[in-house]
Design a protein around this ligand. Structure first.
Ligand code: FES
Length: 76
């Protein structure tokens, strides 16, 4: 499925770029511009960016579910 019609970028390409960026640096804040830079593209109309943000959030939430994140300790 094409997500970015200006650059003809597919859903799978964006998801792969998000995962590559996250794998390279798990603490990096991933934004659509960074994803597009990874793909050698840049936003034009940027109408696709809200969808890319949703994909980034979904990937991060999936990572949190799948990871062994330590629960926060209660204080007090
Ligand atoms: S639809 Fe992606 S930049 Fe225009």
């Amino acid at each position: 499925m094409i997500v970015c019609h200006c650059n003809f970028i597919t859903h799978d390409e964006i998801r792969a770029a998000i995962r590559e960026l996250r794998d390279a640096d798990p603490y990096r804040v991933i934004i659509p511009g960074l994803v597009y830079h990874r793909l050698g593209k840049r936003g034009r109309c940027c109408g696709c960016f809200p969808h890319v943000i949703e994909m980034i959030i979904a990937e991060n939430e999936g990572e949190l579910v799948d990871s062994d994140v330590m629960p926060m300790q209660e204080t007090g």
